[in-house]
Design a protein around this ligand. Sequence first.
Ligand SMILES: Nc1ncnc2c1ncn2[C@@H]1O[C@H](COP(=O)(O)OP(=O)(O)OP(=O)(O)O)[C@@H](O)[C@H]1O
Ligand SMILES: [Mg+2]
Length: 241
Amino acid sequence: MTTDPRDPDAASPQSAPAAVRFDGVGMRYGRGPEVLSDLSFELPSGSFHFLTGPSGAGKTSLLKLIYLAQRPSRGLISMFGRDSALIPRESLPDLRRRIGVVFQDFRLLQHLTVFDNVALPLRVAGQARASYADDVIDLLKWVGLGDRIDALPPTLSGGEQQRAAIARAVISKPELLIADEPTGNVDPEMANRLLRLLVELNRLGTTVLIASHDIGLVRSLGAPVLELADGKLIDDGRRAA
Ligand SMILES: Nc1ncnc2c1ncn2[C@@H]1O[C@H](COP(=O)(O)OP(=O)(O)OP(=O)(O)O)[C@@H](O)[C@H]1O
Ligand SMILES: [Mg+2]
């Protein structure tokens, strides 16, 4: 599906349910105070959004709700048209395979090479190495890791780990990609290159949500912005950017 990241409604055919829908969602850690409250928004299938807000506003917490690492304390979350509270635990791995995640702290497997980290989603999906090896190498070259293919994560710089984490999240062309500060550790030129990769993925049909502090990056595309302040949405992305 071809989409224009500047138009939140461009890729919302009547038939496709929103990739993500929040209705009056709140979240707390344990018995602590609500760190997110009254969140209502929608990521139409095939849309491209940024998520912004100051440090501590709740960006990472919101992403954790989307990949179902945390449950809401109230409200309703629908993923691909299904109420997430009704998804049985045994179906979670299947659902998570539809979501590519770039974690703020990368979470590469330390004992696997860069190649094997990036290939992991394809291996888990049962694909044969011969069918994906060239794609993995091409992608690693695109993110500037062509000479680090056999390196182990502890020997990489922060920016190199970040690029490997992005490659791992996009290699399987997931239906939904969520990325937490995906350009926080790279220079502006590489940040642009990585952003182009995510825009290209969106053009191929992936719904994309990128959490970022980087106002320049956020403004560069003119894509709609979800803006958090103190756990509340002060912009739900539907206002003209
Ligand atoms: N595991 C946790 N347990 C308890 N409180 C937490 C936990 N993780 C985050 N918080 C709190 O939740 C609030 C939102 O944090 P979150 O990490 O979602 O913010 P953020 O917008 O991602 O910040 P940053 O830009 O610094 O990454 C903060 O008050 C934080 O202290
Ligand atoms: Mg965060």
